[in-house]
Design a protein around this ligand. Structure first.
Ligand code: TYD
Length: 411
């Protein structure tokens, strides 16, 4: 789906970034799939100062990304499990939710990592999840799941059968949905007049300050800011009442919205907006400058890996992230520079990374890797990963990162 006009404001996009030909970020391949041609698309990003909505220009069809084989399981990280457990409890206490009357809806409920906490407390709930395998896991936990893409038809059906939602949540999902205008409308229709819509997604401000260009891949059609979120949801009668910066996914923002005039606006909204204008997240030039920094970052990473190869050092990676697909393919990093990727996700172990075909091995084998240097591709989980592999560090193993510049941890 190529888009030369903004998906929200219908104004022409200026092409601001080009990350080359890329495969699907989550398109991990089994050995017998390696012989078939792989799907590639040109990863370019566009920006328009009217909507301030940073977006990719060519997005593969949603069915190509979120299907039976979708390999992203939210529950592979203990940190994320705790994050969602805490989030559920906060919502219940902050809004004095009542299990017998308040309906909780989650858009993109994945394997049920959030909703299971509402189920434990007997809340009426509905999860909407189109990816087959993860949706089945959620259903097997006893959750009510609609296995479809969220849209106005689903919203109307829920209202008809179960009433309006007191809470609508969504985590790391809205940034995946290209028809954001229709989705915003559907959310406004589904939300109770005194309801709360809370969503979190990777934050554009962090991408700019950390040079985390690996947040850009097929699934992330948008990288939101409070400026763009405000514009999108104001158009359907909702307003931003709170903004909470989060550590998750290497820097996210949790946005809370409600029908206009119902709740008091928290000071955080003005604070975050002020910082965004300082970062010039409303200016096209900001993204041209990002492209320059990304190019330097790529050259530095290649030089370091080539230097290590010359020294005959053993280099591996940790975390078969979707994000790293962008890095490996943009920088042309294959098995000659990174021998293996270690990961704990059952659906990825034994497979090969998209595009560059680096083999993925269970993280339980990492201790036997004899690696001198490990590229921390899952840099957003650095604390958890470095902590549990303290023996590797004790024996002299080094952790390499590209965030915000190419460097070693603890040096
Ligand atoms: P994730 O943070 O979801 O990034 P992306 O959205 O870019 O895919 O992916 C983290 C990956 O790292 C996932 O494949 C699981 C893996 N992982 C480990 O192998 N060990 C760990 O301890 C953690 C926390 C993650």
């Amino acid at each position: 789906m190529s888009q030369s006009v903004c998906r929200f404001a219908n104004k022409e996009l200026t092409k601001v970034l080009d990350l080359g030909m890329q495969p699907l970020g989550n398109g991990f391949l089994a050995q017998d799939e390696l012989k078939f041609p792989e799907y590639f698309y040109q990863l370019e990003c566009g920006f328009n100062e009217e909507s301030c909505l940073f977006q990719i220009i060519n997005q593969p069809k949603p069915e190509q990304m979120f299907n039976e084989n979708y390999a992203f399981f939210s529950s592979t990280s203990t940190y994320m499990q705790n994050h969602f457990a805490k989030f559920a409890m906060n919502l219940i206490t902050k809004y004095s939710l009542n299990p017998s009357s308040d309906l909780i809806v989650e858009i993109g409920s994945n394997d049920g990592i959030l909703l299971e906490h509402f189920l434990k407390k007997d809340f009426k709930h509905i999860g909407i999840e189109p990816s087959g395998k993860v949706a089945s896991i959620a259903s097997s936990k006893g959750l009510n799941i609609i296995k479809e893409f969220f849209d106005i038809k689903i919203a109307n059906k829920i209202v008809e059968q179960s009433g309006k939602a007191k809470i609508i949540t969504s985590a790391n999902v809205l940034c995946h949905i290209p028809n954001i205008k229709d989705i915003a409308f559907a959310i406004a229709q589904l939300l109770d007049s005194k309801g709360i819509f809370v969503f979190e997604d990777p934050y554009l401000g962090d991408v700019i300050t950390k040079n985390s260009f690996d947040q850009i891949y097929d699934e992330h059609v948008f990288l939101f800011s409070a400026i763009s979120v405000q514009k999108i949801f104001n158009s359907v009668g909702l307003e931003l009442i709170d903004c909470e910066p989060l550590q998750t996914h290497g820097g996210s923002m949790r946005y809370t919205l409600a029908h206009k005039g119902v709740f008091r606006k928290n000071n955080s909204v003005e604070k975050v907006l002020e910082n965004e204008f300082k970062l010039e997240l409303d200016k096209t030039m900001t993204f041209f400058e990002l492209q320059k920094r990304i190019e330097q970052n790529k050259q530095k990473l290649i030089s370091e890996l080539e230097y290590l190869r010359k020294l005959k050092k053993r280099v591996v990676a940790y975390g078969a992230t979707s994000k790293s697909t962008t890095i490996y393919n943009y920088a042309g990093i294959g098995t000659e520079l990174v021998s293996f990727i270690y990961d704990n996700s059952p659906l990825k172990i034994g497979k090969y990374s998209p595009g560059m075909h680096i083999p993925i091995i269970s993280e339980t084998e990492f201790i036997n890797s004899n690696a001198n240097v490990t590229f921390l591709a899952a840099w957003n989980h650095s604390d958890e990963i470095i902590k549990k592999n303290y023996k590797y560090t004790q024996f002299g193993g080094k952790w390499l990162t590209h965030i915000p510049t190419v460097s070693y941890y603890h040096e």
